[in-house]
Design a protein. Structure first.
Length: 221
């Protein structure tokens, strides 16, 4: 399974967003955290900013919706051209229907789980999702320490995906750095969101490559 690095622009200079994305040309995806100050206690940017970035960037967009009412908004991000649109299980009214709508719009469908959300109710529905995002911090702010207690959830999803013969992407988001990425990869994650680690590095592009190397070495195929 391919290892993918998806730097989050949350710690980038948002006033120069397209230029900041250009600094991470080695990245597989650019992770866009859309927050509404309702589902999480922070406000970032919305659909107009994502649309503008998509017009100026060739890096596939991995949109993470930390918002209320994703059933209404998520399809619009897919229609705008996002490669992956991930919504939170805790916010969606009809997650299966929403995932199918996203796929019909041409995007990969992702579902996100907060650190305390039980994964078991969603395992039988894994075929409906292209990606499961396991939050390894409480959502809402960048720069938080990694929660290793979320890794058993990653292992459970990977085991269920493998048993079902699926190629599910398992993404981890929060506190990912050179110190933590190997733990997450060993547990079965293959898509890694890194914000502070990348954009606070002297050379963000080199940091992307370094993180990928560490994950590839640790991932158990």
């Amino acid at each position: 399974m391919e290892i993918l690095i998806a730097p989050s622009v949350l710690n980038a200079d948002l006033s120069r967003l397209s230029e900041e994305v250009a600094r991470i040309s080695a990245a597989d995806l650019v992770h866009l955290d859309v927050m509404d100050n309702h589902f999480v206690p922070n406000l970032t940017f919305g659909l107009p900013v994502v649309k503008a970035l998509l017009r100026h960037s060739r890096t596939p967009a991995d949109v993470h919706l930390m918002i209320e009412d994703p059933d209404t908004w998520a399809p619009q991000f897919a229609e705008a051209g996002a490669a992956t649109v991930t919504f939170h299980a805790e916010a969606a009214t009809a997650p299966i229907r929403l995932a199918r709508t996203l796929r019909e719009a041409g995007a990969r469908a992702g579902i996100a789980l907060n650190p305390t959300t039980d994964v078991e109710p969603y395992l039988e529905f894994l075929p409906e999702f292209d990606q499961v995002l396991v939050m390894t911090v409480e959502p809402g702010f960048g720069g938080q320490p990694f929660l290793a207690g979320a890794l058993p959830k990653v292992r459970r999803i990977r085991a269920a995906s493998t048993a079902a013969g699926l190629d599910t992407w398992i993404q981890v988001d929060g506190g990912i750095s050179r110190d933590t990425i190997a733990q997450a990869a060993e547990a079965g994650a293959n898509v890694f969101v890194a914000g502070s680690a990348v954009y606070r590095a002297q050379d963000p592009d080199a940091e992307v490559r370094a993180l990928r190397g560490l994950a590839e070495k640790a991932f158990v195929r």
